[in-house]
Design a binder for this molecule. Structure first.
Ligand code: FNR
Length: 352
C-alpha cells in the first residue's frame, strides 16, 4: 500500500463512515434572552488567536495532500473556498511531501490559490524541528498544526507503535519555528490532563479535535482484516473536551470534531472556543455538491452565525464566552465527576 493510496482510502472511508453525531452538543443549550439590545449588522465575525487574525470564526481543518492529482484537486478547491469565504485553511499532513518532493505541489496549490489567506501547515508529533521548518516554508504557513493521533496509528495496520517523546518534540518545535504551533487531536478529544501538559510548553493554541464526527478508528478498521472495534467508541466528545481544555488551560482553545452546522459552531464558541474547525462535513459538501454551492453554503452559515449571535446579544466572538449555557445529561455528569463545575456555565453573567 503506497502513501498515496492510503490518502485516497482515507477520503473514501471518511465519506462512507460519515459523521457519528455523538459530540455532546445535543446536551448543551443556550438560554434565550428576549431583550438583546443589538442590530445584526453590529455583529462582527473577526477572529483572533494570538497574532493570527481572519474574518471568519471557521477554519477548514486538515485533510489532504500527498496523494497525487486527486488530492491536489481537492486542495485547490478547498483553497478557493477559503479565499472566497474568509475561512482559514489547514492542509493535510505534509510528511508525504517531505519524504517525496514530487508531492509538494499538492500542498503548494493551497497557497497558490489563496496567497493572502490564513493557511496552516500540518505534521504529526513524530516530526523533527527541521521537518517543521520545511513544512512551514513549503506553503508559507501562518501557523503549524501538530496532530496527535495515537488511536488512528494503533488501528492503522501499518501505523506507528512507538509514541515516546512527543511532548518533548512539540516543545522543541514550538521554541524553534517562526510561526505559532497549534496542537490538535484527530477525533478522540483532548483531556484536561493533556491540555495541562501542553500548556506548560510554548505552543500557541489547542484544537480539541473531539469525538463524535469523523471517526478514524472506524476508517482504519475498514482497512484491517481483524477489526479493533473497541476503539470505535473511544474518545472524549467534543463538547466535553472543550470544557476540559477551557477550564484547565490558559491557551486559546479551538473546537473541532463533528461540527456540522451554524448552531454547533456557536455552541462551540459559547463553550470557550476562539475558532471552530470543520473537516468531514466540508469535504462531503464539496465533493457532492461542488465548489459554487459550498461557497454559498458557507456564506449562509456566516449569516446564520450573525443571527444566532444577535439572538444572544453578542457583538464579538469573545462575547459568546460569557453567555449562560445549560449543560445536561451525559455531558453534565462527565464534567461533574471530573470536578469541572458544569453548573458554572448556567450562571455566567453577560451584560448585553
Ligand atoms: C483528516 N484529518 C487529518 N488531521 C490531521 O491533522 N492531518 C491529516 O492529514 C488529516 N487527514 C484527514 C483526512 C480526511 C479525509 C479527513 C476527513 C480528516 C482529521 C481532521 O482534521 C479532523 O481532526 C477530524 O476529521 C475530525 O473533524 P470532523 O471531520 O469531524 O470535522
Amino acid at each position: 500500500m503506497t502513501r498515496a493510496q492510503r490518502k485516497q482510502d482515507h477520503i473514501n472511508y471518511a465519506l462512507s463512515t460519515g459523521q457519528q453525531r455523538r459530540t455532546g452538543y445535543d446536551e448543551v443549550a443556550f438560554v434565550h434572552q428576549s431583550l438583546p439590545n443589538i442590530a445584526v449588522d453590529e455583529v462582527h465575525l473577526q477572529t483572533q488567536i494570538g497574532e493570527l487574525s481572519w474574518s471568519s470564526p471557521i477554519f477548514i481543518n486538515a485533510m489532504t495532500g500527498g496523494g497525487g492529482e486527486t488530492t491536489s484537486k481537492i486542495n485547490e478547491e478547498l483553497s478557493i473556498l477559503s479565499r472566497e469565504t474568509g475561512m482559514a485553511i489547514a492542509v493535510g499532513s505534509q510528511m508525504s511531501a517531505l519524504k517525496d518532493p514530487a508531492e509538494r505541489k499538492t500542498y503548494e496549490i493551497v497557497r497558490k490559490h489563496n496567497p493572502d489567506g490564513m493557511v496552516f501547515g500540518n505534521l504529526g508529533s513524530e516530526a523533527s524541528v527541521q521537518q517543521a521548518k520545511d513544512a512551514v516554508e513549503m506553503i508559507r504557513a501562518d501557523a503549524l498544526q501538530i496532530h496527535l493521533n495515537v488511536i488512528q496509528e494503533l488501528t492503522m495496520p501499518e501505523g506507528d507503535r512507538d509514541f515516546r517523546g512527543a511532548l518533548d518534540r512539540i516543545q522543541e518545535i514550538s521554541e524553534s519555528i517562526s510561526v505559532p504551533v497549534i496542537v490538535k487531536e484527530t477525533g478522540f478529544g483532548i483531556s484536561k490532563e493533556t491540555a495541562e501538559s501542553l500548556s506548560r510548553s510554548r505552543i500557541s493554541a489547542i484544537d480539541v479535535g473531539g469525538f463524535g464526527g469523523t471517526n478514524f478508528s472506524k476508517i482504519e478498521n475498514q482497512r484491517r482484516e481483524r477489526m479493533l472495534g473497541f476503539f470505535d467508541d473511544w474518545g472524549i466528545p467534543t463538547a466535553i473536551s472543550l470544557a476540559e481544555c477551557y477550564s484547565s488551560s490558559d491557551k486559546p482553545i479551538l473546537a473541532s470534531g463533528g461540527i456540522q452546522n451554524s448552531l454547533d459552531i456557536v455552541k462551540s464558541l459559547g463553550l470557550g472556543a476562539s475558532a471552530v474547525g470543520m473537516a468531514g462535513v466540508i469535504l462531503k459538501q464539496l465533493l457532492e455538491s461542488g465548489l459554487e454551492n459550498t461557497i454559498h453554503e458557507v456564506n449562509q452559515i456566516h449569516t446564520d452565525i450573525q443571527f444566532l449571535m444577535s439572538a444572544l446579544g453578542c457583538r464579538r466572538i469573545e462575547d459568546l464566552h460569557n453567555v449562560p449555557m445549560v449543560l445536561s445529561g451525559h455531558v453534565y455528569h462527565w464534567l461533574e465527576s471530573r470536578g469541572l463545575n458544569p453548573g458554572g456555565y448556567s450562571n455566567r453573567a453577560f451584560n448585553m
